[in-house]
Ligand binder design. Structure first.
Ligand SMILES: [Zn+2]
Length: 110
């Protein structure tokens, strides 16, 4: 078992767990109960919820997935896409228009 991610916000750790589960990488969150009980209000990194892959061999793949995810997140905040069908502006990390569900292809800088 290998720890690959640690954060004081449970929601961030849970998000990454969902990504790994989507990729069918077995993983668990440690300190989840501590996080829920509010003990992590005390900023001691040892008590932060952390995400571990069950199989050490999955570590590299898992880290790559997390990196891709973070890259997508930061790219999304810098770029916007204009819907070719209805001209609505969508966040750059959207694949389809939130207004009309047309696929988004155009990318323009903010
Ligand atoms: Zn649209």
């Amino acid at each position: 078992m290998k720890e690959i991610y640690r954060h004081h916000e449970m929601i961030n750790v849970a998000n990454f767990r969902d990504i790994l589960l989507d990729a069918e990488i077995p993983c668990i969150i440690r300190n989840e109960t501590l996080a829920m009980s509010g003990i992590t209000e005390i900023p001691i990194p040892e008590f932060f919820p952390n995400l571990c892959v069950m199989d050490d061999e999955d570590e590299e793949r898992a880290l790559q997935l997390l990196k891709d995810h973070q890259a997508r997140m930061s790219a999304g905040s810098e770029l916007e896409k204009t819907c070719p069908a209805c001209q609505e502006t969508n966040p750059g990390n959207f694949d389809v228009c939130f207004a009309c569900q047309e696929p988004l292809t155009e990318i323009k800088p903010c």
